[in-house]
Design a protein around this ligand. Sequence first.
Ligand SMILES: C[S@@+](CC[C@H](N)C(=O)[O-])C[C@H]1O[C@@H](n2cnc3c(N)ncnc32)[C@H](O)[C@@H]1O
Length: 260
Amino acid sequence: MTIAAEYDRFADIYAVWTETAASSRANLAFYVDAYLAVEGLVVELGVGDGRIAVQAARRGRDIIGVDLSAAMLARCRRRAEEAGVLHRLTLIHADFRDFQLEAPASLIALPYHSLGHLLTLDDKRQALTHVYSQLRPGGLFIFDDFLMTPALVDHMRRVQLRAEYRSPAGVETLLWVTSLVNEASQVIRVVTWEDEADAEGLLTRRRYRRLSLSWLEPAQARSLLVEVGFEVEACFGDLARTPFSPDTAHEQVWIARKPG
Ligand SMILES: C[S@@+](CC[C@H](N)C(=O)[O-])C[C@H]1O[C@@H](n2cnc3c(N)ncnc32)[C@H](O)[C@@H]1O
């Protein structure tokens, strides 16, 4: 299944998924601040349901959002409409590797581990090369990636109850998650399932969904950025901008600049 098809299928639980993720509040504030801090064109790759972009638009920022999933883009449009900021968003249905801007961007962001949806180093290289081509000289590229420690691998492999909620149809639902983590290929298969129960608590329906992800080691991320031509301005170990240290970091957050 392609990543677009995976996200088309994932779209209706994406909001529950992010609302119950520890990292999503921190990355929201981090990226909104970054979007507001620059002058000129701001692009979010993998804009998803507009969780970050719409928040920035509400604060007066125009944003170009790129995404490959039609279902996620439809949710983004709806969220922007409900917030009264649809006029601030330009949505492009395209891949990280081939989106075309009408003018070079000042900032291109790729939040929430989304580079990991490209599963091979070659695909990531192609994406970063393309991002570079779409930036103005002096423009910024910001992205974050997992920092895969043995503790995180262990955590991901566990079956976890992620959320308990009522579905839009009013049905009691439990959302579960676990992951297959292949450390040799640096690929993760996230498997989620929702269990719906009747008034007696008996299981009436189970639905599985999957997402394919991967990660870069910090040294790989740095060398890809340099190979493509970026200057690495900073690497943080979390979304509070703590300088990266292998002992304390729990994310890798890269700020890279196109020279110019
Ligand atoms: C983890 S979500 C992030 C959404 C949003 N940025 C956020 O932080 O909530 C990843 C998004 O990237 C999109 N995506 C994945 N691979 C893509 C690709 N190669 N090109 C464009 N979009 C892609 C997915 O459809 C999905 O909406």
